[in-house]
Design a protein around this ligand. Structure first.
Ligand code: ARG
Length: 393
């Protein structure tokens, strides 16, 4: 019997997929990745495992991958200041290559011939998973049932689940499609497809509406060592705790929301809203620290790298030679990125109000207009003459 390892979430789609693959003659092994998605009310990993088995899986792997996700995926992206189209911190996109890595690993362990996922044929995630799997083991067959199967609506899937006694809570309405992990939440579909309409408050899961947050700002200090966040308000925290804490505090102040129409890899524009409180705070602080410690040429060049890096992540090219090479560049720039940034969180905004670093290139005696000024203004005259010389006719 052919074996397949399925990336399983516990939801309706992937639960139907278990049964569907079984009907097609596969032995199905489910893999659940814990990337910090948080489970819904009344949900647990035990319940997810039981559901997979009830749907027909022979075995279920549940892996807490949060630390690896942070260390090997989130941190490199943070160091690179990777943001797609100016607003998306790539939470979903960063998770896919990690899921692919474990699909392949478990497929090898189980001597499976195939892997499967529940992505649709219109999105980016199918590309990310399949390109990554293809790079890691090109011999594995990849099955994407949602692209191929006969169901045309959620109702048809529910009928199928009922027919085979798959324990799914079919009463739950699903107004949006949501993907969540520790780095952020992606929300699309439903009323969000109407571009003219403001997202309803119920679409947001971890951020308060900026209009309903405290009118007193919250000041917060983030410290970095070589580009890695290490402390909040002077207190050393483990990365996972640090991110969870900033999600909590940022969320309280409505920080980290974005509402955008983005260019998908498959050629369509789509509206998606995002929540990434911790990501927004850390990105803002990290970028500010770089502004202080990197020299002008490195800083400017790195802006281009950030853009390309974000594209590579979004395009599913995490395991590519270019992404690897860019990591080398980025890492090289981070040696000086140590220091502390002070931010003010208030009414949905996160702004830098103070910065300090032992590696700061800011020299007050040069920039001051006060009497400590050491800048020799007479030198400017010659500098300007030479600088402008090539452009004179
Ligand atoms: N547009 C985002 C991306 O391509 C998120 C995709 C998943 N979104 C969702 N709501 N299920 O990375």
């Amino acid at each position: 019997m052919k074996k397949v390892v399925l990336a399983y979430s516990g939801g309706l789609d992937t639960s139907c997929i278990v049964r569907w693959l079984k009907e097609k003659g596969y032995e199905v092994i489910c893999f659940v990745a814990d990337l910090g998605q948080g489970l819904g009310q009344g949900e647990s990993f035990e319940a997810i495992e039981a559901r997979a088995l009830a749907a027909g899986a022979t075995k279920v792997y549940i892996r807490d991958l949060q630390d690896e996700f942070i260390k090997d995926f989130i941190l490199p992206a943070l160091k690179a200041n990777a943001v797609y189209e100016g607003r998306y911190l790539l939470a979903t996109a960063l998770g896919r290559p990690l899921i692919a890595k474990y699909l392949v690993q478990i497929a090898h362990k189980e001597k499976a011939q195939a892997v499967a996922h529940g992505c649709t044929g219109k999105g980016n995630d199918q590309v990310r998973l399949e390109v990554a799997v293809g790079i890691l083991d090109p011999r594995l067959e990849i099955i994407a049932p949602v692209r191929d199967w006969e169901f045309k609506s959620r109702e048809e899937e529910i009928d199928y689940a009922l027919k085979y006694n798959i324990p799914i809570d079919v009463t739950k309405k699903k107004p949006y499609s949501v993907d969540r992990n520790i780095w952020g939440i992606s929300i699309e579909a439903g009323v969000l497809e109407n571009l003219e309409q403001e997202p309803p408050e119920d679409a947001y899961l971890i951020t308060k509406s900026p209009t309903h947050t405290s009118s007193y700002p919250r000041y917060i200090e983030v410290s970095f060592v070589k580009g890695v966040p290490t402390k909040i308000d002077g207190k050393v925290l483990k990365l996972k705790d640090l991110i969870n804490y900033l999600n909590e505090v940022g969320g309280q102040f409505g920080v980290g929301r974005s509402d955008m129409v983005e260019n998908r890899l498959v050629g369509i524009k789509s509206r998606e809203i995002y929540e990434a409180p911790a990501g927004t705070i850390l990105y803002t602080a990290h970028k500010e620290l770089e502004a202080l410690v990197l020299d002008r040429e490195v800083a400017h060049f790195k802006e281009m790298i950030s853009l390309k890096y974000a594209e590579l992540v979004y395009y599913g090219l995490w395991f590519s030679a270019l992404k690897d090479a860019l990591d080398g560049f980025v890492e090289k720039t981070q040696g000086l990125v140590s220091g502390t940034i002070r931010l003010r969180l208030s009414k949905g905004s996160c702004v830098v109000v103070g910065r300090k670093s032992v590696n700061s290139l800011y020299k007050k005696e040069l920039s001051t207009y006060g009497k400590e000024d050491k800048f020799d203004q007479k030198l400017a005259e010659g500098f300007i003459k030479l600088w402008g010389m090539p452009y004179k006719r």
